[in-house]
Ligand binder design. Structure first.
Ligand SMILES: C[S@@+](CC[C@H](N)C(=O)[O-])C[C@H]1O[C@@H](n2cnc3c(N)ncnc32)[C@H](O)[C@@H]1O
Length: 215
């Protein structure tokens, strides 16, 4: 990369401006991500196991002990789906990372948990009134652009039975500066992002515009 390209790539993007980087579905990066997902002690790609258990307890509390059909959008390697199935729910997971879905499928076979998985983009799902509950966990809704949020909400609405429930999490603005990455840079011979030499330039930007979902 030459210095002119570097200047272009380090300009602050417009709010929700799509980038051209691929992360979740990149064959190399998705393997590093899987290691992060299944590490029970970190909050990187998935929450730590203790926190996941708290989320599962909270979801069950909302369901008032009913056993329901649940659609997990962006299910990753199935950390939530497995626990929900163990509690007697009928569970379907959707994720576009082939690496994560392969891992999730191998777990449902070894655990005999009978979970259905689709390796698919959740912007393209086409279920019709199949589920009591849809979940989208670990801030996935936050990273979508406004048009993508509309598509995903339409898809979820169509997937849910009458009086269905959509559960998702968002980041709140309390102590936001402390919650997000600080500016940093690193040079690696090989590592998380590539199996070859690379430089990472991390820059933090906060945007003041608030997004509202049209009613
Ligand atoms: C932050 S991870 C959370 C994974 C899981 N919900 C958890 O908390 O363990 C986001 C997941 O969403 C998936 N994902 C992101 N965009 C997606 C899309 N458009 N369609 C399907 N899966 C997507 C990624 O592959 C990744 O597994």
């Amino acid at each position: 990369m030459n210095i002119k390209e570097l200047i272009v790539y380090t300009q602050q993007p417009k709010l929700y401006e799509p980038g051209n980087a691929v992360m979740w579905t990149d064959p190399y990066i998705s393997k590093q991500l899987l290691e992060c997902h299944i590490n029970p002690d970190t909050d990187t790609a998935s929450r730590s196991n203790d926190k996941i258990n708290l989320v599962i307890d909270w979801i069950d509390l909302q369901l008032k002990s009913k056993k329901v059909s649940i659609l997990d959008l962006g299910c990753g390697p199935g950390l939530y789906t497995e626990k929900l199935a163990k509690r007697g729910h009928s569970v379907t997971g959707v994720d576009f990372s082939g690496t994560s879905i392969e891992y999730a499928k191998s777990k449902t076979i070894s655990n005999n948990s009978n979970i259905t998985y689709y390796c698919k983009n959740y912007l393209d799902i086409n279920f019709k009134e199949c589920f009591d509950v849809a979940i989208m966990i670990y801030l996935d809704f936050c990273v979508l652009t406004p048009p993508e949020r509309t598509i995903v909400l339409d898809n979820i609405y169509r997937s849910l039975k009458k009086d269905g429930l959509f559960i998702f999490d968002v980041i709140n603005s309390k102590n936001i500066e402390e919650k997000i990455l600080k500016n940093s840079w690193e040079v690696c011979k090989k590592g998380f992002w590539r199996n070859s030499p690379y430089i990472v330039l991390n820059k933090l930007a906060l945007y003041s515009t608030r997004y509202r979902i049209a009613s």
